[in-house]
Design a binder for this molecule. Structure first.
Ligand code: GLU
Length: 327
């Protein structure tokens, strides 16, 4: 008797699910569900996915697109999930876009990700190092012998941390106690004195650093300098700084020098031209509204959103850029 009831409930659930997946909207078109892969919820990718989805979903009856956002392990995870067809879109660091297209870093064995397509670029991200003040870490060189979170394997920051450490002669396998957890967990570990410092490549302000600089254990941003060789070697890295006014809880008194990349919005060649066109068009035609959705977007212009792409531009995006006279 109980079993029949359970089967009945499962059946009703399946019917409801099936009918919602194939539901038709006002335009008579079948709803096209697309998912954007982002990052941890205390980063900027997650609200970025939310901002894009918010703008696109307003036009659901016009395009029949329903956009959802997924919190993920970050850039590397997003590229791989898009290539596997598990996600349609993703936010990805510009350096990771470059490496994926060329078959470098995490893609060395898999080879070039030929189907990766660029849509546009978004906010700048800084390779950010934060340390507890009691750890006496004043520069990246002081990390030797310390417990440092370099990031989870799916993240963008992991390779950035390794590159920065290597540039100053620190071997992350031998010279530090490297942790490999997600950035969302790092502030808690710092506060609990289980790590001394962590790297996170992210736009500012971000929830992760607000959290990490407002706890009982005081913390300061640490400059990453002496990396000229790194900037010369890798075309995708550029100097940047962390505006300290964004983090009143941090123990710094001046902006902190480091280097950075850009967040970019990518998809697969397998995603339809109509879908990519619609999303690109809505973000660009509602540019002023979009810019208001996160303080990290302050510096955005329509022009600089077309700079920093290394994958071929998706034909749907290209169609809009030509139509709008942006290309
Ligand atoms: N840059 C990080 C990554 O690629 C994510 C930053 C964020 O979520 O804002 O993993």
């Amino acid at each position: 008797m109980k079993k029949t009831l359970i089967y009945g409930i499962i059946l009703i659930f399946c019917i409801a699910l099936f009918s919602s997946c194939s539901s038709d909207n006002k335009s008579g078109k079948k709803t096209n569900y697309v998912t954007i892969g982002t990052g941890g919820i205390t980063g900027v990718y997650y609200p970025t996915g939310g901002a894009i989805a918010k703008i696109v979903n307003k036009k659901r009856s016009t395009y029949g697109i329903r956009c959802t956002v997924e919190s993920t392990g970050g850039s590397v995870f997003n590229v791989n999930a898009i290539m596997a067809g598990d996600l349609e879109f993703g936010v990805v660091q510009s350096d990771r876009q470059f490496q994926a297209v060329k078959g470098l870093a995490e893609w060395k064995e898999k080879g070039p990700q030929k189907d990766l397509r660029a849509v546009f670029t978004i906010h700048p991200e800084s390779v950010t190092l934060l340390a507890a003040t009691d750890s006496k870490i004043l520069s990246i060189n002081d990390l030797k012998g310390k417990r440092v979170n370099i990031g989870n394997p799916g993240s963008g920051q992991r390779q950035n941390a390794i590159d920065a450490l290597t540039a100053v002669g620190i071997n992350f396998n031998k010279d530090i106690t490297a942790e490999h957890v997600k950035a969302a967990e790092a502030p808690g570990l710092l506060q609990d004195d289980r790590i001394d410092a962590f790297f996170y490549t992210v736009g500012h302000p971000s929830g992760a650093f607000k959290e990490a600089t407002s706890g009982m254990r005081k913390a300061r941003f640490v400059k990453i300098v002496g990396i000229d060789s790194l900037l010369k070697k890798y075309p995708y890295y550029a100097k940047s700084f962390i505006p300290i006014k964004l983090y009143p809880g941090a123990k710094n008194t001046a902006n902190v020098d480091t280097f950075g990349v850009k967040a970019t919005f990518v998809t697969s060649a397998k995603v339809s031209e109509d879908t990519v066109y619609a999303i690109t068009k809505e973000v660009f035609e509602n540019f002023d509204d979009f810019k208001k959705l996160h303080p990290a977007y302050q510096v955005l212009t329509k022009k600089n959103m077309l700079e920093g792409m290394s994958a071929p531009i998706h034909p749907g995006a290209l169609k809009y850029y030509k139509e709008a006279g942006l290309m």
